[in-house]
Design a binder for this molecule. Structure first.
Ligand code: MG
Length: 160
């Protein structure tokens, strides 16, 4: 079993789509970035890469590379999971925390879990997505940004 941790934060900007775990959330502000800036997915990618010591999202998909401009992060996640599989591992479970003052994400959690489970070809019970605020403290609290953490546990793939 291998365990990895990932963290990502993005500034929030007006007029940007708010896509979190591949789900578009109605919001006047969205994460700013080179790709679709899906911060929880970026954290999950880094957790999986970290578990196998394979580097990080920035080295695999540099923001200087125009191929990743407005990239769908779910597609990047699928690519990283292929890499995990090629290295002989599968996802055991993942646990993501999204730290955002608003909007409230409760009603979208199930959809996010489904989206990630589908992308990773696993069961919804293997994917946890949680949302919290920092009670108006700091950059998430004042609405400047979003932060996300992720932990991923990988197990050796059974060879038939
Ligand atoms: Mg990011």
């Amino acid at each position: 079993m291998r365990i990895g941790f990932g963290y990502d934060a993005h500034r929030l900007a007006a007029g940007r789509k708010c896509i979190l775990c591949g789900v578009e959330i109605p919001s006047p502000l969205g994460p700013h970035g080179h790709s679709d800036a899906d911060a929880p997915v970026h954290a999950l990618i880094d957790a999986m890469l970290g578990a196998l010591a394979l580097g990080d999202i920035g080295t695999l998909f540099p923001d200087s590379d125009s191929r990743y401009e407005m990239a769908d992060s779910i597609e990047l996640l699928k690519k990283v999971y292929c890499l995990v599989n090629e290295n002989g591992y599968i996802l055991s479970n993942a646990d993501i925390t999204i730290i955002l003052q608003s909007p409230h994400l409760g009603q979208y959690i199930m959809q996010m879990r489904q989206k990630l489970a589908q992308a990773l070809d696993t069961e919804i019970g293997a994917i946890s997505v949680k949302a919290t605020t920092e009670e108006k403290m700091g950059f998430t609290g004042d609405g400047t940004g979003i932060a996300c953490t992720a932990v991923a546990a990988l197990t050796v793939r059974c060879v038939p």
